[in-house]
Write a protein that binds this ligand. Sequence first.
Ligand code: UD1
Ligand code: CA
Length: 493
Amino acid sequence: MTESTVAPAPPAAVIVLAAGAGTRMKSKTPKILHPLGGTSMIGHALAAAAGLNPRELVAVVRHQRDLVAEHITSLSESLGTTPTIADQDEVPGTGRAVQCGLEALPTAQNVTGTVVVTYGDVPLLTTELLGELVGRHEAEGNAVTVLTALLDDPTGYGRILRDEAGSVAGIVEHKDATDEQRLINEVNSGIYAFDGAVLTSALAQVTTDNAQGEMYLTDVLSIARAAGGRVATVATQDRWQVEGANDRVQLAALGAEMNRRTVIAHMRAGTTVQDPATTWIDATVTLEPDTTILPNTHLQGATHIAEDAVVGPDTTLVDTTVGTGARVTRTQAAGAVIGAGAAVGPFTYIRPGTVLGEEGKIGAFYETKNVTVGRGSKLSHLGYAGDAEIGEHTNIGCGNITANYDGVNKHRTVIGDHVRTSSNTVFIAPVTIGDGAYTGAGAVVRKDVPAGALALTVAPQRNSEGWTEERRPGSPAAEAAARARSEKPDAGA
Ligand code: UD1
Ligand code: CA
């Protein structure tokens, strides 16, 4: 990939084509809404386009129009701009799609400046490569500059036709090409920079007289050239950036390549990734330097991991913030905040609204939801905490449960600082435990516990001597009990 040196001026418009049906996905979901790297295909395409800061960002839609348009509009905030939705009519073809896109521009009657055309199903294309295309287009004063690639197998693509002098003469579609033309392996990526005025007037001359009965955008090149315009190419060595996903096999390949690039970028920026092949990181995730990601870890959405934190193995974090030096092992978490120096896992299910304070711990086989755990507090083993607030330096014993749901409504459990709860305490919410309080093992806490009190709810233990031999005579248990008594006559007395 060549580096673009100077950032070009913002183009007049980028038109992203997204009207196609995508039938090969065999899906009720529109093709361009299928996700990879945590964002839809069209989301990636629009982000690359928006990166050029065009005066107008247009998406041309038709197939499953409302679903697609709604999704595109929902991306506005993350794109930093609201794309204009243009509807393609029943005239088929990329040329008609671009024409419909141009008609949606406020300057439709007089389009000047550079108009970029890209596809909604080419998710790995970057702003950098688009910028290089626009930069070369404008520096060379071209009428059309087309992004091309040299492919070992160019089947299906439009081929770049050149004259004796090597200048671009036009593009022929695979279906319209002669056997000789099909030997050409320089292909049209479908991504272009156009002079807006040339594009508008050339499209007015494009017909549907071809093998597919469509208005081909590619015909603009030969029309522009015949009118005396300069038509040139920018060739990319990086075929992934121009590759579209037409079916789920290609979608998986593009997804894996996108992830490979994302993971490499994080490693170059200072993250240790022990096993890149099993580490999946969404494009939206942010990692500080000196983080460590262990195998089979999936980081998704708005997840952020701070310095010196170690995450994984076998961990999925969605929209979760992990603080400096925290340790998250074999955990599934979503919508959570894990404090600096805290520890989570192994085998822990952290649900939205969980906020674990600094140096806190949520240990093995715990499920949490909507719970704030104060600094240094520990929920170490086997339990459920939901709709609860736990103070600082409190220790929740093994197997504790906040019974937050009465079958109709959810209620809160509030536990203070420096509380010690014994094993198998059940908090019947709403209930409040004061600072420094204790609970006895197996307590079922229905009433508030004042600060410093010990709450016991289980009846004192009573031993019925000789019960087993009397009530289970002849059983192995009774025989064992008899043996024990004869060996140690005082045992248990
Ligand atoms: C097109 C190019 C071909 C190029 C190839 C690269 C034309 C005539 N051919 O072929 O030279 O090598 O892309 O992938 O342009 N679309 C619309 N409306 C339409 C038709 C298509 O919006 O009426 C959109 C599709 O959603 C898609 C893109 O345009 O995003 C390309 O359409 P597709 O049918 O895949 O074009 P190809 O025939 O592959
Ligand atoms: Ca295609």
